[in-house]
Design a protein. Structure first.
Lengths: 273, 441
């Protein structure tokens, strides 16, 4: 299957729009997820581009978070979940026997819906990843990693005087930025974000969105969001999921101004969801 | 059409606000009465519980508190070289074997020269504990230079004298109903008037092992036995229990087998403790040939007993760790073991420690299984190791409560006080540990 043949519509699954991109970081083909008997994700084909933000939108229970969790194999932790199909990261199948899940998760970082810093100090939160993966040769290098990660997450100025205080003492927005700092400390290729702003107030949300925009210059970012405004603001590409189907993929401005699928149009015009 | 619908389904007229209010008010009094009644029941139950606790502690302390003091009598002892070491060798064996009871007798006879006749002398010597001879022996062996010297020594009174002086029995009863004769009372009064009798802190009770003589019996041996047994129990049951809980909760896949294991662990927690004693008897002693009455075997048996408690408490503690912490760790690329060791265990540890200490407290109070493995024996020596014969505090309470001598009543309550203090210290430790290590997230 050449990229051209997939260019407009994918007959097999009925996804509208361009699912492929040149030189993708992730490439997913015919991905299915089952929770026991429930078919949660149905024949999804999509590529994820480097240095770009892909937003996944859709009504609750449409499977967007489930799909996101396939990308770093977090679904492995759910006892009766089963994933089929091919997901390749830089051309290598992540479900291959030789693929180590620990290594995969070092390359594909994740930020969760609810800020979940470890109940340890701010410093230890950021230093944890480099520590377990052995990224720093000595304390000085570790300090540098922590420092630069906090700076890139835009948190340094706020926490530089209290690195030894618990991460849980920060405000919700700061905690979420701490989680982002923690994720970029291991220098991943892709950052997955599962509704990262749903527990935050508008000001904290704006900060995270600015941060995402900056991080896009270094990382591929996949963000699941319930807010269509947010998807429109931060993403370059948007994927619309509906009941486990990937209905439409396309450039964000096109999806929001001129959706081609009826379901997408209904959703973004607020007819349901 | 209208008329038919109206007859079939009578039209519902919403009540006015005033009507609704009237209905609500009508029920209010009944609701408040029910609430007041419920509170009264709750208060009653609580008060009843407190009453029982007060009664328990009150009766134990009332009977047992006097154990902390014991009456002693001052004797002027002459360490007669003729009695102790006529040959003058000063050898340890000779000093150990000498007849120190004769020195006690001589000292008392010197104090009361008018006493004559075998029966009177025996009564006179009966004022003093038979442990007095041992006390003199210990002094002489430690310092042979005392031989030939004169010294004032405080020795224990017999339990009958102690009992009388503590006011537990009346001296006005007819002589035939008293443990002490009129003569003995007269001699005792003479000694008291001469300030030769004093109530002192009862070190013996904490230092000695068991004895047939109540005034010499102490909880030292049982306390040491309990500590040794609990040490073995803690050393085995905590790591094993935590490891089992971590495996079942974090690593094992949910399956029929794990369900079965879970059900059986819960069942194990409900097995009567004496059954564990029988198991220990046939397995550790019968099959493996381990020593009887030993804290080691006691610890093994109590480990079986506390394991289910610790596993259940530890699993509950692990379940209480929020899944977001696990996801955060796994999402960072931590392996399962790293996730558990770095994040889940530290958060679950306070709960696990609490469970372990509750299990230990139960083990400390266990009597029945230890009877089965021979820890109920009469043991005078204080155990020095894990294979020495010994007994434990609750078994000591059981043994003394069975003894006919009146003074053992006081000893029984005293041992219960020590046991309760031990338990309170353990529970306080649990609270301190929990507050200290508990982290908020």
């Amino acid at each position: 299957m050449t990229p051209d043949s997939l260019a407009n519509t994918n007959l097999e699954t009925g996804t509208v729009g361009t699912v492929t991109v040149p030189d993708p970081v992730f490439s997913c083909r015919d991905v299915n997820v089952y929770y026991g008997d429930k078919h949660a994700i149905k024949h999804v084909n999509i590529d994820i581009a480097r240095k770009q933000v892909l937003a996944m939108i859709g009504p609750s229970g449409c499977g967007k978070s489930t799909f996101l969790r396939c990308l770093n194999r977090m679904n492995d932790t759910i006892p009766n979940a089963r994933v089929t199909g091919a997901i390749t990261l830089d051309g290598k199948d992540i479900h291959e026997k030789r693929q180590d899940v620990v290594q995969l998760r070092a390359r594909v970082g994740m930020v969760f819906q609810k800020p979940n810093p470890f109940p340890k100090s701010i410093y230890e939160n950021v230093a944890y990843g480099p520590r377990i993966h052995g990224l720093a040769a000595d304390r000085g290098e570790l300090d540098d990693i922590v420092n630069s990660s906090l700076r890139r997450a835009g948190l340094w100025e706020e926490v530089k005087d209290r690195l030894n205080q618990p991460g849980t003492s920060l405000s919700g927005g700061q905690q979420q930025r701490l989680c982002i700092a923690r994720t970029i400390a291991v220098n991943p290729e892709v950052i997955l974000m599962d509704e990262p702003c749903s527990a935050l107030d508008p000001i904290a949300t704006a900060k995270i969105e600015d941060l995402i925009d900056e991080l896009r210059e270094s990382y591929a970012i996949c963000i699941v969001t319930h807010s269509m405004q947010q998807a429109a603001r931060v993403s370059q590409r948007t994927a619309y999921f509906h009941l486990g189907d990937l209905v439409e993929v396309g450039e964000t401005n096109k999806i929001f101004t001129n959706p081609r699928a009826k379901l997408t149009e209904d959703y973004i015009t607020g007819r349901f969801g | 059409m209208n008329s038919t619908t109206e007859t079939v389904t009578p039209k519902y007229v919403p009540p006015t606000a005033a009507q609704t209010q009237a209905k609500v008010s009508a029920g209010l009094a009944r609701r408040y009465r029910a609430e007041a009644r419920f509170r009264a029941y709750g208060l009653g139950a609580t008060l009843l519980g407190i009453l029982f606790v007060v009664f328990l502690f009150g009766s134990v302390f009332w009977r047992g508190f006097s154990i902390f003091g014991q009456h002693q009598v001052r004797l002027d002892v002459f360490y007669d070289a003729e009695v102790i070491d006529p040959a003058g060798t000063r050898e340890r064996d000779t000093l150990l074997a000498a007849d120190y009871q004769a020195l006690v007798r001589a000292s008392l006879k010197a104090r009361f020269p008018e006493v004559e006749g075998r029966r009177e002398v025996r009564e006179l010597v009966g004022l003093v504990s038979s442990g007095a001879a041992g006390q003199l022996q210990a002094r002489v062996v430690a310092n042979p230079a005392l031989i030939g010297q004169r010294e004032a020594v405080w020795v224990l009174t017999s339990s009958d004298v102690d009992w009388l002086l503590k006011g537990k029995v009346s001296r006005n009863a007819p002589e035939s109903e008293r443990r002490l004769s009129d003569d003995q009372l007269r001699w005792l009064d003479t000694l008291i008037r001469a300030d030769q009798v004093e109530r002192r802190f009862n070190k013996t009770f904490f230092e000695n092992g068991d004895s047939r003589d109540p005034e010499l019996a102490g909880v030292g041996g049982a306390l040491a036995g309990s500590l040794l047994t609990l040490f073995v129990t803690l050393l085995l049951s905590f790591p094993v229990g935590v490891a089992a809980a971590v495996y079942l909760e974090e690593f094992a896949r949910q399956s029929r087998t794990t369900d079965l294991i879970e059900v059986n662990i819960n069942n194990l927690a409900a097995v009567p403790s004496i059954v564990f004693g029988l198991l220990g008897l046939s397995m550790f002693i019968g099959l493996f040939g381990m020593p009887r009455s030993a804290p080691l075997v006691g610890g093994f048996v109590l480990t079986l007993l506390t394991l289910p408690t610790i596993i259940i408490a530890s699993r509950a503690a692990l379940k209480a760790v929020p899944p977001s912490i696990r996801e955060a760790a796994l999402g960072m690329g931590a392996s399962r073991l790293q996730m558990v060791a770095h994040h889940v265990l530290p958060l679950a540890m306070p709960g696990m420690l609490t469970g372990a200490i509750i299990g230990m407290a139960r083990a400390l109070g266990e009597t029945a299984p230890l009877l089965m493995i021979g820890m109920v024996a009469f043991i005078v020596d204080i155990p020095n190791g894990f294979s020495d014969p010994s007994t434990v505090l609750p078994v000591q309470v059981f043994l003394w409560s069975d003894s006919p001598e009146r003074a053992f009543v006081e000893r029984t309550s005293g041992a219960i006080i020590v046991l309760l203090l031990f338990l309170i210290v353990m529970n306080a430790t649990a609270v301190v540990l929990r507050n200290r290590f508990e982290k908020r997230w």
